[in-house]
Design a protein around this ligand. Structure first.
Ligand code: HEM
Length: 424
């Protein structure tokens, strides 16, 4: 973390034959993601690996194809269109609390695993109106294998050739075939039927290119469905896991959060209409993603030579933009290691430049699911914190284990105890 204090805002290093450049200053992040985006593509190793899973989906496509897809898909992710998923979010979180609290003794839970299952259920219901979170279920199992393998493959130091028949690869191929079959089957049923459920898949199927009036092909719909599963599940689960961890270590913040929840809701289940009055919960979630941004590094490849922060960036360099690093930059964040949700008071936003905080990336490739994710995070934290308290088991602080996302190095294991809303 002291890197930029000692080395400056642009840190250059070489890995084998590749130039890597870590850019920490918010203005330089803006330059790469927003102002000079035409000079940067996504052709890094991680991108190529993900492409094998997601093919032509939004996350792993570029150029005209990406632009057309983004234009078609964008309205489906608009805040007003996704508001209808709020009830599915609170219901799934509520049922999780019911399971936690059904025994007489306080439950001990692996919070990261629980949040992974919860967000898989939520994204599955929002996308396909189906609960895919049961590992015993063939779809749940196939999704778990695919999502785990996508992560593992990116970090394989010496990649095996694609045709090499390892047992893990055979399982992966079978899992991907299962998912393809299920997704294509659902699409075919919907095309054949007059009624359609109110989910993201229906919205994507109805979406049309404004200029040509064309919709998406079945293959494209499959790629977007897989992309949303991969992009939207683990990221949100990690943000929730880190939020519970931080709340457990900061009693005063947790107390304020519970007071806001009790005052606003008086014991009833939250809805999307309550979101504007759950401002402190939102600030807690934002501050948690400042310290532990789930997508902790975003990479780009320079197409032509460039200058960033006065340093020459040769064509072909991999430019790394790290929310983790920039979010702790002492020039833009006072006491950067402290957990202080009030930094996100509206009146204090002007204290820092826009790209000092970018958990969802920025510019044209900014996360299309950011409103969905924020809504999910606030509703899930509210539903759970209203009815129970999560306390970290005594032990060492939990460290990070950065892979494609910022995971915890060890399971976050917590005691769950019931709490009744304080009278208001
Ligand atoms: C806390 C949760 C989330 C975080 C931190 C997150 C973060 C990000 C980031 C940083 C990017 C940009 C990557 C880049 O520029 O290379 C991105 C892209 C994307 N995200 Fe998210 N995301 C989250 C949740 C979601 C959800 C819930 C969905 C879908 C429902 C989603 C769908 C996508 C898609 C499709 C893209 C690609 C957009 C494009 O390139 O046009 N994300 N996300």
């Amino acid at each position: 973390m002291s890197g930029f204090r000692e080395l400056g805002d642009v840190v250059h290093f070489r890995l084998f034959t590749r130039d890597l450049v870590l850019v920490a200053h918010p203005n330089d992040v803006r330059w790469v993601l927003q102002e000079h985006t035409s000079n940067y593509n996504k052709r890094t190793r991680g991108f190529e690996v993900l492409r094998a899973f997601l093919r032509q989906g939004l996350l792993t496509s570029e150029g005209d194809h990406w632009l057309r897809q983004r234009r078609i898909a964008q309205p489906a992710f608009h805040r007003t269109r996704i508001a209808g998923f709020g009830d599915a979010m609170t219901q799934a979180a509520g049922e999780l609390v019911d399971r936690w609290l059904c025994g007489s003794a306080p439950a001990v839970v692996d919070v990261t695993a629980a949040m992974m299952r919860l967000t898989l259920r939520i994204v599955g219901e929002a996308l396909l109106s189906t609960d895919v979170s049961h590992e015993a279920d063939r779809v749940g199992q196939a999704l778990n294998i695919t999502l785990r393998r996508a992560n593992a493959a990116i970090y394989q130091i010496v990649p095996l050739p694609g045709w090499w028949p390892t047992p893990a690869r055979r399982r992966l191929r079978a899992a991907m075939r299962t998912l393809d079959d299920v997704i294509f089957e659902i699409i075919a049923e919907r095309r054949a039927s007059d009624s359609e459920p109110d989910d993201l898949l229906s919205m994507l199927m109805r979406a049309r290119d404004e200029d040509t009036g064309e919709g998406m092909s079945d293959a494209q719909l499959r790629d977007e469905v897989m992309t949303v599963f991969l992009a939207g599940q683990e990221t949100t689960a990690l943000a929730l896991g880190w939020t519970w961890y931080l709340l457990s270590r900061h009693a005063a913040v947790r107390q304020r959060l519970q007071t806001e929840i009790d005052t606003v809701l008086g014991g009833r289940t939250p809805t999307v209409a309550d979101l504007p009055r759950l401002g402190y919960v939102e600030r807690v979630v934002k501050e948690s993603m400042r310290l532990y941004p789930p997508a902790w590094v975003i990479s780009r490849c320079a197409i032509e030579d460039d200058i960033i922060g006065g340093c020459r960036i040769p064509a072909g360099s991999i430019v790394l933009l790290s929310p983790y690093v920039t979010h702790r930059h002492p020039r833009f964040w006072a006491n950067p290691e402290d957990f202080d949700p009030d930094r996100f008071e509206t009146s204090r936003q002007a204290e820092r430049p826009p790209f000092a905080y970018f958990p969802f990336g920025g510019g044209p490739r900014q996360c299309i699911g950011n409103s969905f994710a924020m809504m999910e995070l606030v509703l899930v934290v509210t539903t759970i914190a209203q009815r129970c308290r999560l306390d970290l088991l005594p032990g060492e602080p939990v460290g990070t284990s950065p892979s494609i996302t910022l995971r915890a190095a060890t399971p976050i294991t917590m005691h769950v105890s019931p709490r009744a809303p304080a009278p208001v």
